[in-house]
Design a protein around this ligand. Structure first.
Ligand code: TYD
Ligand code: MG
Length: 462
C-alpha cells in the first residue's frame, strides 16, 4: 500500500503544494497553507484518467454531430423579484447552480428567503437549508419580511448526506443552501469549512442539481480580501456566480453577475434594504449621487454603464499634502489604475501629485471596473488639487490611455441621454462619443481627444 501522503492546501484559493510554503504558489496569499492528508482524487472520474486498463472495462460513450443536436432554449422560472431575475438572465434554470457571495450582513439570506417565498407562492416547491441559523431565526427573519405565512420548507441541517437525501425525497424546484461553508460531509477527513470540504460538498450538490433538475443556490462567504473561500474551485463548478456589493452603511445593494452560463454577465440588480427586506430599485440611475447644494472641488459625476443600464455615480477625489511617502487610496476603483492615471496626468497634462496624498472614492459603495471611469477620476483629482469645483450639472466619462489619449466608452449616446434626462447640462466626453448628428437637448457637450484638452475645457468652463 502506498505510504500515506499529505498535501498542503491553501485556505484561500484551494491551491495545493506538496510541501509547506509561507506563500501560496497559486494565489500568493501568506500563511494560508495547511496540512491535509491527501485523499484519493474524489471526483468520480478521477481514476479513469489512469488510462488504458480501465478503458477496456468502460462502455464507450456515443458521439453526436454538433449540428444535429437540438439547441433547446433553457426554461427559466422567474423568481418574482425583477432585479434578481435581471441578473439571473430571466429567472432560475432547472438544474442550474448559482453561487451567491457577499460580505456578512449584506442581505444574502434576506434576498434568498424572499426569492424562495416568491417561488413557493408561484407554485414551485422551495426548500431552504439553513446551516448558520436555527429554524427559529429564519422564522424571525420571515416575520420581519412580512412572510409569516410562508409555505417555504425549512431544514436546519449541515450534513451533506442528509441534505441530499432530503432534497432527493422532496425534489424541490429550488433549494437554497445557506451557506456552503457550513456544510460538511462525513466521507471526508478534512475539517468542516475547509476548502476540501467546501469543494466536495459543492460538487455533490452540483451533481445532484444536474441529475434531479432542482435549481440549487449556494450562499458563499467572502473572506476579508473579498474573495469567496475556495473561489476558483467553486466558480468554475457552478453555472452562475453572483456577488453582492454595496456599503452596509447605505441602504443600496447591488447584485452583480460575474459569470452566467444562462445569461449576460455584468448585469446588475439594484436593491434597497428596507425595514421589510430588500426591495428592487427599477430606476437606479441617480442613487449614487450625493447631494451637494453647491458644487465642491474634487467631485465629478461619472456616467457608468452597468450591464444594460447607465448609472450616474459621483467620483470624489481628495488631494492633500502628503508626508515623505504619499499615499494613494481608492475605494470602489482600482488602485493600480489610479497610479497609472496619476502618471498620465503628470506626464501629459502637467498635473503633478508626486508629493500629495491622493484618495478617490466612488460614492455609495459601488465598485467600478470599467476604464470609462478614467476621465472622471482624473478631472476629480485635478479639481481637488486646484481647489476649484466643476460647474453645476457636470458629467464626464471616457477611458484615458497611457499616451494621454481619450478613448471612447461603449454606448456613449445612452450615457449622455441618461445624464440629460436627470438634468445634467455640461459634459466632457471622448470625441468619438459626441453625437454625430443633432444635439442632446439640454446638454452642452465638449468633445476631447486628449487629457490636456479635457483640462483646458474644464478651465474654459470656470
Ligand atoms: P442578512 O440577509 O442576514 O445578511 P447575510 O445573510 O448576507 O449575512 O441581512 C442582515 C442585515 O439586513 C441585518 O443587518 C439586518 C438587515 N435587515 C433589514 O434591514 N431589513 C430586513 O427586513 C431584514 C430581514 C434585514
Ligand atoms: Mg446569512
Amino acid at each position: 500500500m502506498a505510504k500515506e501522503k499529505s498535501v498542503y492546501v491553501c485556505t484561500e484559493c484551494g491551491g495545493t503544494s506538496p510541501k509547506w510554503l509561507g506563500k501560496c504558489p497559486s494565489c500568493g496569499a501568506w500563511n494560508t497553507l495547511i496540512e491535509q492528508a491527501s485523499s484519493p482524487a474524489p471526483t468520480g472520474g478521477g481514476q479513469n484518467r489512469f488510462g488504458t486498463q480501465f478503458a477496456a472495462l468502460a462502455g464507450a460513450s456515443e458521439l453526436a454531430v454538433l449540428s444535429e443536436i437540438e439547441a433547446s432554449d433553457v426554461a427559466r422560472t422567474p423568481t418574482g423579484l425583477d432585479e434578481l431575475d435581471r441578473v439571473l438572465g430571466g429567472g432560475i434554470v432547472a438544474g442550474g447552480v448559482t453561487l451567491i457571495g457577499g460580505d456578512p450582513g449584506i442581505g444574502k439570506s434576506t434576498l434568498l428567503l424572499q426569492a424562495a417565498d416568491a417561488l413557493q407562492n408561484a407554485g414551485q416547491l422551495a426548500l431552504y437549508v439553513t446551516g448558520e441559523e436555527s429554524g427559529a431565526q429564519v422564522a424571525m427573519r420571515a416575520r420581519r419580511l412580512g412572510l409569516e405565512r410562508s409555505q417555504v420548507q425549512v431544514m436546519a441541517e449541515i450534513q451533506l448526506e442528509k441534505i441530499i437525501a432530503t432534497l432527493d425525497a422532496n425534489r424541490p424546484a429550488i433549494a437554497v443552501i445557506d451557506s456552503i461553508q457550513t456544510v460538511y460531509s462525513d466521507q471526508l477527513t478534512s475539517a468542516p469549512g475547509s476548502v476540501a470540504q467546501v469543494r466536495e460538498c459543492a460538487a455533490h450538490l452540483t451533481r445532484f442539481a444536474k441529475a434531479s433538475g432542482t435549481a440549487v443556490v449556494l450562499v458563499g462567504h467572502v473572506t476579508k480580501e473579498g474573495a469567496l473561500a475556495g473561489p476558483r474551485v467553486l466558480e468554475h463548478m457552478v453555472d452562475t456566480v453572483l456577488y453582492f456589493e454595496g456599503d452596509t452603511h447605505s441602504s443600496f445593494r447591488l447584485v452583480r453577475a460575474i459569470k452566467n452560463r444562462f445569461g449576460a454577465v455584468n448585469e446588475i440588480g439594484v436593491f434597497a434594504m428596507t425595514e421589510r427586506g430588500l426591495r428592487g430599485v427599477a430606476n437606479p440611475s441617480a442613487i449614487f449621487l450625493s447631494q451637494h447644494s453647491e458644487p465642491v472641488p474634487g467631485s465629478v459625476v461619472l456616467v457608468t454603464l452597468e450591464g444594460t443600464r447607465p448609472m450616474l455615480v459621483e467620483i470624489q477625489a481628495l488631494v492633500d499634502d502628503g508626508g515623505p511617502s504619499p499615499r494613494r487610496l481608492s475605494v470602489g476603483l482600482e488602485r493600480d489604475r489610479l497610479a497609472m492615471l496619476l502618471a498620465v496626468l503628470h506626464r501629459h497634462a502637467g498635473v503633478a501629485c508626486m508629493d500629495q496624498d491622493v484618495f478617490v472614492n466612488a460614492v455609495g459603495g459601488v465598485r467600478i471596473t470599467e476604464p470609462a471611469a478614467d476621465l472622471a477620476v482624473m478631472l476629480a483629482i485635478a479639481s481637488s488639487l486646484r481647489g476649484k469645483p466643476l460647474p453645476k450639472g457636470f458629467i464626464a466619462f471616457g477611458e484615458v490611455g497611457l499616451a494621454g489619449e481619450v478613448r471612447p466608452a461603449p454606448r456613449g449616446q445612452e450615457r449622455l441621454k441618461e445624464a440629460a434626462k436627470l438634468g445634467f447640462s455640461v459634459a466632457i466626453v471622448p470625441k468619438a462619443n459626441a453625437p454625430k448628428k443633432g444635439a442632446i437637448e439640454g446638454l452642452t457637450i465638449h468633445a476631447v481627444e486628449r487629457i490636456e484638452q479635457a483640462l483646458d475645457a474644464v478651465r474654459g468652463l470656470e
